[in-house]
Design a protein around this ligand. Structure first.
Ligand SMILES: [Zn+2]
Length: 101
């Protein structure tokens, strides 16, 4: 009889697992809503896939995970918005929140 214990699969760190679960849940919601494409469509960089949510108003600026604050985006578009925030704001992909005391 072979009672050798199976090799343990290294578990994800809790933080990473939580992030991945949250992303998976959001992806499921998007798939249910028929969202499979990037909505940013930044010419020259867009690959057209839905890789994750872009927040119009950053969470750190008082934005929420509400559907009205989220735009489906591909990774290159998300990066482009990070790289060119001024142009992204001009295009309406970024809502700047004035600092509130
Ligand atoms: Zn894109």
């Amino acid at each position: 009889m072979n009672s050798k214990p199976r090799k343990r699969i290294r578990p994800f760190s809790t933080k990473r697992a939580r992030r991945m679960r949250a992303l998976a849940a959001k992806r499921r919601i998007a798939m249910c809503a028929g969202i499979t494409r990037c909505h940013i469509k930044w010419e020259g960089v867009c690959v057209g896939t839905f890789d994750g949510w872009h927040h119009l108003r950053k969470l750190s600026h008082g934005g929420t995970d509400d559907a009205t604050n989220l735009v489906p985006a591909c990774n290159p578009c998300n990066d482009k918005i990070e790289d060119e925030p001024t142009e992204a704001e001009r295009r309406g992909w970024v809502i700047r929140e004035e600092a509130t005391p």
